[in-house]
Design a protein. Sequence first.
Length: 167
Amino acid sequence: MRHPSASAVTADWQPSPKHAEQRASELAAELYRVLFEVFLVLGRRDQSGVLPGDLTLAQLSTLMALQEHGPMRMTTLADHLRVRTPTATVAIRRLEKLGFVARSRDSSDLRAVVVGMTSQGHTVCRDALTTRHLQFAAMLETLSLEDRATLQHAIPPLESLACQVYA
């Protein structure tokens, strides 16, 4: 379903730079609002209050970075998560208390700490992803085939946005 304010634009019409900038700003606000709402829904608990592999989005993001890139220094992890090192350190401390990650000294520089996932961390990450994927798939099944196709076409530009690095 198209947003009620969306309008058809002829192929030969070119927006002015100011108009294009305004439209990009409006699109940014709308996408942020909608994606934020989707993530809120995905983060909600079921009636019992617990989901298998129950992790916060921040915890899951941290474990996914470690799963994808392997053990790494705290500063590298913070870069992957796009947070400051103290923020990553707090997150790792909590995951370590849960038994999902382990710290060790970097053999090339004993001052540095390397963080890696434990077998329990791999298991809980897999379970959490499975649960969230099933939950999201159930949500997608409520959409029309046309709406699902529209979302499918939106994946490449969204991936491009996700890969952008900001200094």
